[in-house]
Design a protein around this ligand. Structure first.
Ligand code: C2E
Ligand code: MG
Ligand code: MG
Length: 720
């Protein structure tokens, strides 16, 4: 579209003066004529022109006064004004310019000069307007940016004093600002960082794809978090936990990125050590009791899956105490180390040998169908333990007593019971004269047929309503708030009474019926939440979901359907607990399920945290909100320095990874006091409440009060 012609307003009491000019300019401009100052002002107000030509000598109101009045109108103030006058005296020229006129033309009018002056003036005016608009835009932009920045800094959490490093960048990645913690962690000053791309910190440890994924996620979802290796100014490589967030303006337009990171190098190293201490025996390097529990559980699962039997052997050295007493502890240690190596060599690749006490060992041997087939291995173990160990000038010699049991059995049995059987059998081997093995009675006639029967029985329990859920409260010990409850399955057996999950869940663990049972649990919990909601009682409820169920191809879909059937229940008040060990079976698969469920709002917790043999891997790869520290660590924290250290490590880790942490198995007030001191406020355990039937929960919540000792925890006792 063509630009409209600029308009010129000519104010002159004798317009004839302007006729020549008007004729000359009419192709380029729209010319309006006013014959008095007053009329000119009115016309200009109605329709502001681009330029005003103003005669000085007029009756009533002369040009100077007209000019003053025009300039006093805000809407006309900026319109360029040219005096047209016969007076070519310096005086009036100066007076006119002083009043804000932009130029003057003398009469008689030289058409060409006038045209030139008008053009110049209009051009100058256009330029001025452009500059003004740009300046306004710039000012706007600066305000917006300042606001965004202020908001950023606020949301970055006390930007400058934060313990976490903070980087603020433009969308192209250029750094705009960093905080002091950034400098403290990386060694690079504010000035060294600003203007550069954060990739200057990169250590080269991450692949191109890693960064590509990061950007993709950042642009598609607005945020990214994960672990990344960078380098400091000194060249040292360090690990950071990094969260990048996009900052949007009021119109939803991406403005900046804020990266927050904490240095987790120490945590990682400590966790590596902890992981090792937590799972391996320092002296022999063999798995310890914790890791044994895990391995045994896995082996039990596998044996059921493969339809094979496994043997568990409890091994205690004969006469070890005597060696320790007569030759000293160092000799004893050396003997243990040597025997451990020999016994391990006597076993097969997939067998586990663990040290579970001073001179006690446990071997887990998969794929052992009966006593006969395990005979060669048992003999080799006995031999390995009884060969002499050479010290500088003496030969040390002990022997071993072995107790053997098999799995599965006619009765359902868990890890602890299995170990107890083997222990008992070992004791009988000792009684029978040592240096021999004894097989636990009742275990020989086990078989898979009975397993089949148990499954059938559990199916019936499920269909005839013998199963029910009990609820165990979870609380914040510091604030006294009840934060939720965990649903735990129970079997009201018509003959055997109330059965705990340990007595029947392991039987179904690897059987499809586990999925039916699992769905029953979720459905029942949701229905209960519905009922409670109607009674005005609302509480987040967590359910335990086994690995097999979680990895069902349609788990997410089924969960969504169940939630849809209970629209009153907010998905955010359903929590799913996944045992760390079962998550380890297929971390990638579990991670995916968690992600999809989280998108629906369902919260995830990693149960029995610390018992898996790579807790850090789990933590790293699973987007769970909550870590439930396993009760085995909590139970002994008051007496066992190692367990206390592990708990401290886990709490620190949770903090570094921005996860909530809750302790299970809080059996006494003292447990709670110590946990509070370690910085863990959330707890569940018999010391607070035992699992209870659904109807008891609301009145319990209504009356619960935290112990007074929890509001004023004393300082930590000296370790050691
Ligand atoms: P979990 O998920 O770690 O549940 C906590 C267990 O610790 C419960 O045992 C609870 O009664 C017990 N407990 C809580 N506080 C204390 C305490 O202070 N001291 C001691 N000694 N124990 C405490 P429960 O009910 O026997 O359940 C055992 C495990 O069975 C659960 O461990 C969970 O892994 C599994 N389980 C229970 N219900 C279900 C279920 O519906 N589905 C699945 N897949 N697993 C379930
Ligand atoms: Mg649980
Ligand atoms: Mg647990």
């Amino acid at each position: 579209m063509e630009n409209p012609k600029p308009t010129i307003l000519a104010i002159d009491d004798t317009p004839a003066n302007l006729l020549t000019l008007g004729a000359a300019l009419k192709d380029e401009f729209d010319l309006q004529i006013a014959t008095s100052g007053e009329m000119g002002i009115q016309l200009a107000l109605q329709n502001p022109p681009d330029l005003i030509l103003l005669d000085i000598m007029m009756p009533d109101m002369d040009g100077f006064e007209t000019c003053q009045r025009l300039k006093a109108e805000p809407s006309l103030h900026n319109i360029p004004l040219i005096f047209v006058t016969a007076l070519d005296e310096l005086d009036s020229e100066i007076k006119g310019l002083a009043l804000g006129a932009a130029d003057y033309i003398t009469k008689p009018i030289q058409v060409e000069t006038a045209r030139q002056r008008i053009h110049n003036l209009l051009e100058r005016e256009q330029l001025r307007r452009q500059v003004m608009t740009q300046r306004d835009q710039l000012a706007d932009e600066i305000t917006v940016r300042k606001l965004a920045q202020a908001r950023l800094q606020l949301s970055a959490g006390v930007f400058s004093s934060a313990r976490e490093g903070v980087i603020i960048t433009k969308l192209n990645g250029d750094i705009i600002d960093v905080n002091e913690a950034f400098t403290r962690i990386t060694g690079f000053s504010h000035d060294e960082a600003v203007g550069r791309n954060p990739s200057f910190l990169s250590s080269g440890r991450q692949s191109k794809e890693f960064y590509q994924n990061m950007w993709e996620r950042l642009t598609s979802q607005g945020h990214w978090y994960g672990e990344i290796w960078n380098h400091r100014k000194s060249g040292d490589v360090f690990a950071e936990m990094l969260t990048i967030t996009t900052v949007f303006d009021a119109h939803g337009q991406a403005q900046n990125y804020v990266a927050q990171f904490s240095d987790i190098t120490d945590y990682k190293e400590r966790q590596k050590e902890l992981d090792h201490i937590a799972h391996y025996d320092v002296l022999t390097g063999l798995p310890n009791r914790v890791l044994l529990g895990d391995r045994l559980r896995q082996a039990m699962m596998q044996s059921v899956r493969r339809g094979q039997q496994l043997a568990v052997i409890f091994l205690d050295l004969d006469g070890f105490k005597l060696i320790n007493d007569t030759h000293g502890h160092e000799a004893g240690d050396l003997l243990l180390m040597t025997l451990a190596k020999r016994m391990k060599r006597a076993l097969r690749e997939g067998d586990t040998l663990a040290r579970v006490g001073g001179d006690e060992f446990v071997a887990v041997l998969p794929d052992m169908d009966d006593t006969a087939s395990s005979m060669p291995l048992l003999t080799r173990l006995l031999e390995a333990a009884s060969l002499p160990v050479q010290l500088v000038n003496v030969d040390l010699r002990v022997s071993a007593s072995l107790g053997v049991t098999f799995y599965p059995q006619t009765i359902d049995i868990d890890v602890d019971q299995l170990l107890r059987q083997a222990d008992l059998a070992m004791y009988q081997a000792k009684l029978a004269g040592r240096n021999r093995f004894h097989v636990f009675e009742n275990a020989q006639n086990s078989g898979l047929r009975s397993h089949h029967d148990s499954i059938k029985r559990i199916r019936k329990a499920l269909s005839s309503g013998e199963l029910m859920l009990h609820y165990q409260p979870k609380v914040n010990m510091r604030t006294g708030q009840v934060i939720g409850a965990e649903a735990l399955v129970r079997w009201q057996h018509p003959e055997q009474g109330l059965q705990m999950p340990a007595s029947f869940l392991p039987t179904v663990e690897n059987h499809p019926v586990a999925i039916d049972l699992g769905e029953w649990v979720i459905e029942t919990a949701l229905a209960q939440m519905d009922t409670w909601q109607d009674q005005g009682f609302e509480l987040p409820i967590s359910v335990n979901v086994g690995g097999r169920q979680l990895l069902q191809i349609d788990f997410v879909q089924r969960l969504r359907e169940m939630l849809d059937r209970h629209p009153k229940v907010k998905p955010g008040s359903l929590e799913i607990e996944v045992r760390e060990a079962s998550a380890l079976d297929d971390i990638a698969g579990v991670a995916q399920v968690i992600q999809q469920c989280s998108a629906m709002g369902v919260v995830f917790a990693l149960d029995d945290f610390g018992t898996g043999y790579s807790s850090l891997t789990c933590l790293n790869r699973l987007p769970v909100a909550i870590l439930k520290m396993d009760q085995s660590f909590v139970r002994d924290m008051l007496v066992d320095q190692d367990d206390l250290t592990i708990l401290e490590g886990m709490i620190g880790l949770a903090r570094a990874f921005h996860r909530q942490v809750i302790a299970e198995g809080v059996e006494t007030i003292a447990h709670g006091v110590l946990l509070l001191k370690l910085g863990c406020d959330l707890a569940q355990g018999f010391g607070i409440a035992r699992p209870m039937p659904a109807r008891d929960l609301p009145p319990w919540v209504a009356q619960w009060q935290p112990d007074p000792a929890w509001s004023s925890p004393e300082p930590l006792p000296d370790p050691g």
